[in-house]
Design a protein around this ligand. Structure first.
Ligand code: NAD
Ligand code: G6P
Ligand code: MN
Length: 441
């Protein structure tokens, strides 16, 4: 059996330990000979790397492990790059969230003006990772979680159309897990039909492998409780803000009662509610800095201090299992059905063939093959046309260094009330991002 070589880009990410744990637990079905971490922040990466290095010595001493900030070392002789970088880190995420809120507009990591700002920072960094991969390991596949995934995916389509990169999101698999609790199945026992853009989509069907249709049962449950389940609360130690988001899905469903919404639609369907329930001085970035980041880095530091890995310090979740399943599907040509962000090319029949959409795909050696989801209704179509234009304008603004197109992008976002407010937010974002964005004119 071939043994694979993997590099994790964004080695210092809070998600790296979970993915490493998952890789270790999956060696019998996805054997690896080498694991490297790569990051451009040596201090941050060192803490995670030293800790997972101790864990690896115990769990899988046969896997060669190293970490580096040198792209040549990182990207030479690798089969898979699992990428999850955050350009600008949490300090810039905080600005993405707080600046729009100062103008009474949704402040979110991937949606609205914050997502647009993050997109302009991520594009050059992801293009650089692709270039390293192509230079040092041309047959490598990049499985990319780095956000904002929809804008990143559109930039890949335009700027690196032949790159072996698959952009993915863990929200649909996370929601499928919640659905599986509701209907008493496991996620792998369910097949879905789904269409949309990243963080902007709907499930039209959730069925068991035996053909049992769970969609009506799920619609009934979600119309009352959203995706909030007691089991999910207990098993996933979920922050309260995420619990509220899952609950809010009931109100999203009310708008499209025959299909199940992605929770991220709350930023577009209820932006006024979101703003009212946001604290402009303490946003999700602050929660993550004081929560997940402290927890993961705290666990890493105690492993290093003890010089020992007990085994339960890091959690494996959907996020980790999905990316390992995806690597496995490519490596072994399994044609497993998974949601990926791909060029539409008719998968959503009545939608722009050149839009990057999120749909079920069969994944094998050649990457994802999208499955046709048919025609979609006028309401969803209208929302998607508006949002995809925002994403395309952001990438055009990046390529052309165009202030005008970025202003149009912000103006068109359903989260922004007027061209006036869009301009005010844009001018603040330009100032905040001057070390990252291209100069616009
Ligand atoms: P984090 O800040 O903890 O980790 C990101 C790491 O990337 C940091 O160590 C940082 O130094 C590094 N980095 C930044 N720019 C880099 C570059 N150009 N080259 C190499 N390394 C670089 O962030 P996190 O909360 O762990 O999230 C990581 C990323 O994963 C974010 O983009 C986040 O939005 C994304 N994410 C996506 C999904 C999804 O559904 N697609 C799910 C979870 C997280
Ligand atoms: C979900 C989304 C990701 C997003 C993450 C944010 O998993 O799919 O795209 O990055 O949530 O979570 P956080 O806990 O950092 O707010
Ligand atoms: Mn996502």
């Amino acid at each position: 059996m071939k043994e694979f070589s993997v590099v994790i880009a964004g080695g210092g990410s809070t998600y790296t330990p979970g993915i490493v744990m998952m890789l270790m637990d999956s060696l019998d079905r996805f054997p690896i000979r080498s694991l490297k971490l790569y990051d451009n922040d040596p201090e941050r990466q060192k803490i995670i790397a030293e800790a997972v290095g101790i864990a690896l010595k115990k769990k899988a001493p046969q896997v060669a492990f190293s970490y580096t900030t040198d792209p040549a070392v990182a990207f030479t002789d690798v089969d898979f790059c699992m990428a999850h970088i955050r350009s600008g880190g949490y300090p810039m995420r905080e600005k993405d969230e707080k600046i729009p809120l100062q103008h009474g507009v949704v402040g979110q990591e991937t949606c609205g003006p914050g997502g647009i700002a993050y997109g302009l920072r991520s594009i050059p960094d992801i293009m650089q990772l692709i270039d390293y991969m192509e230079q040092y390991s041309p047959n490598c596949w990049m499985l990319n979680y780095s956000n904002p995934a929809s804008i990143v995916a559109e930039a890949c389509r335009v700027l690196r159309p032949h790159a072996r990169i698959i952009n993915i999101c863990d929200m649909p698999v996370g929601t499928l897990r919640r659905m599986s609790y509701i209907v008493g199945k496991t996620p792998k026992e369910l097949d879905v039909r789904y269409y949309g853009l990243n963080h902007f989509g709907w499930w039209t069907s959730v069925k068991g492998k035996d053909g049992t249709d769970y969609t009506p049962q799920l619609i009934d449950y979600v119309s009352k409780n959203g995706y909030l389940t007691q089991k999910a609360i207990e098993t996933q130690h979920m922050d309260e803000s995420w619990q509220a988001t899952h609950k809010k899905a009931a109100d999203l469903l009310a708008v499209t009662p025959d299909c199940l919404p992605n929770t991220y639609l709350k930023y577009y369907l209820y932006p006024d509610y979101v703003v009212e329930h946001s604290d402009p001085n303490y946003t999700r970035a602050n929660e993550v800095i004081n929560g997940r980041e402290k927890k993961v880095f705290g666990a890493a530091r105690s492993i290093i201090a003890a010089g020992e890995f007990k085994g339960d310090e890091f959690e494996i979740d959907n996020h980790a299992s999905f990316i390992v399943d995806l690597a496995r599907a490519i490596a072994y040509n399994t044609h497993e059905r998974m949601l990926c962000i791909v060029e539409n090319k008719g998968a959503i029949e009545n939608f722009d063939p050149h839009a990057m959409v999120e749909v079920p795909c069969l994944v094998g050696n050649d990457g994802p093959e999208p499955m046709c989801q048919g025609e979609i209704p006028t309401f969803q179509l209208g929302m998607m046309q508006q949002q995809v234009a925002v994403e395309k304008l952001v990438v055009q603004a990046y390529c052309e260094h165009s202030y005008q197109k970025l202003w149009q992008a912000l103006t068109l976002s359903k989260t922004v009330p007027s061209a006036k407010v869009a301009k005010e937010i844009l001018d603040d974002l330009i100032e905040a991002n001057k070390d990252y964005w291209p100069e616009l004119h």
